[in-house]
Ligand binder design. Structure first.
Ligand SMILES: Cc1ncc(COP(=O)(O)O)c(C=O)c1O
Length: 374
């Protein structure tokens, strides 16, 4: 730990700032919006299809089905797998709540499992004793943009003949064993919420799969259970992706690799240059190439650390302060404090450092120096 004199940064450095990215591509995005407007292709249509094709190529999968947000992607994936009332789906306790929503919307029950104490990803060794005759699937989450231990989780799924799904909402462009995430399970669910690494100018989501039958079913489910207009084969949903969202995503897809690499470079600096025993970081396995959607740390004393950062004009985030099993919404499931110690420790102490591609080198250096002086 060094003790150097630092001048307070003149403006707040936030956990996330979307302005820089959107100014950079404003002209291109507005031109694309104009095309959507002239074609009145506002719901589904050619601009969504163009993005679906591009994103399938990016994730090295055969099909991408665009939908209206990542939560819908998870919901529809459950339905396409035939999961519903009476079924159970295993989900990590430390994720954004929407991972569990998809399960609940289908009528099935989420069954929570703890994370690893170092990688903070779903702990494959704890899955097996959660499996019952009702278990139909495991949803692994690539948390904070870092791939979970897919080989280990898939081995458990294969042994018990249950489905593996990826919640890839935070991980567009991440790689596992050198291969793009998105094609390791039956399906992968993506969010293109504006704050994600690849975020639409609006709400959007998508599902990637290599399975033609799932694709066909998902096309129907997102469109009122219909493949022929005004004929409805099953109860469906209106969960199409909008044309403006699709067009903005096609523009951003050109830049995502560069943006992710910038995040990787910032993360590498945090990992190498933050030298403070009071700060613990997420362990990154050698085969997990993260896109660092978030850079979360656990300090020795959260309140003290956050007050210190605020005093120095650094405004961190908290992802996520309450684990799923302790949320009021799931009180009926009967979980209690102490059930998942690693997830609970993470929730109680997590602090997300500034992480977005337009952070300048000077700002990154400042954040590092401030933390080293803590
Ligand atoms: C892990 C995870 N799953 C699912 C979602 C849901 O995505 P959306 O906000 O697009 O509905 C999000 C993002 O918010 C997420 O972070």
């Amino acid at each position: 730990m060094s003790s150097i004199t630092i001048e307070k940064y003149p403006k707040k450095i936030n956990c996330l700032d979307l302005k820089g990215q959107h100014q950079q591509i404003k002209k291109e995005v507005f031109e694309a919006f104009e095309k959507v407007y002239e074609n009145t292709a506002f719901s589904g249509g050619p601009f969504v299809e163009e993005f679906e094709k591009g994103f399938a190529a990016y994730t090295q999968t055969k099909h991408v089905i665009g939908v209206n947000n990542g939560t819908s992607a998870l919901h529809l994936a459950m339905l396409a797998l035939g999961i519903g009332a009476g079924d159970e789906v295993i989900v990590p306790a430390n994720t954004f709540i929407a991972t569990a929503w998809g399960v609940s919307y289908s009528g099935a029950t989420p069954v929570f499992v703890d994370c690893d104490k170092d990688t903070w990803e779903i702990d494959a060794s704890k899955i097996e004793n959660k499996i019952t005759p009702k278990t139909k699937a495991v949803i692994g989450v690539h948390l904070y943009g870092m791939p979970f231990d897919i080989d280990a989780v898939k081995a458990v799924c294969d042994k018990h003949k249950i489905f593996l799904l990826e919640d890839a909402a935070q991980a567009q462009g991440a790689r596992y064993n050198g291969k793009a995430i998105g094609g390791f399970g039956e399906m992968a669910c993506f969010s293109f919420y504006p704050g994600k690494n690849l975020g639409a100018c609006g709400e959007a989501g998508g599902i990637s799969t290599n399975n033609e039958a799932y694709k066909k079913h998902l096309h129907s489910l997102r469109n009122h259970g219909s493949t022929e207009r005004y004929y409805h084969d099953e109860v469906g949903y209106n969960m199409r992706m909008g044309g403006l969202e699709g067009a903005s995503l096609t523009i951003k897809l050109k830049y995502i690799e560069g943006w992710n690499n910038r995040r990787r470079a910032i993360a590498k600096r945090y990992q190498k240059e933050i030298k403070n025993q009071k700060i613990k970081m997420q362990t990154q396995p050698a085969n997990a190439d993260s896109v660092f959607h978030l850079f979360v740390v656990i300090p020795d004393d959260k309140n003290k650390f956050v007050a210190y950062l605020n005093e120095w004009n650094i405004n961190p985030g908290f992802h996520y302060p309450v684990p799923c099993h302790l949320q009021k919404a799931y009180a009926n499931l009967g979980y209690k404090q102490g059930d998942f110690p690693n997830s609970e420790k993470l929730a109680a102490n997590c602090v997300s450092l500034p992480m977005y591609n337009e952070l300048t080198d000077e700002e990154v250096t400042y954040v590092i120096n401030i933390i080293n002086n803590y």
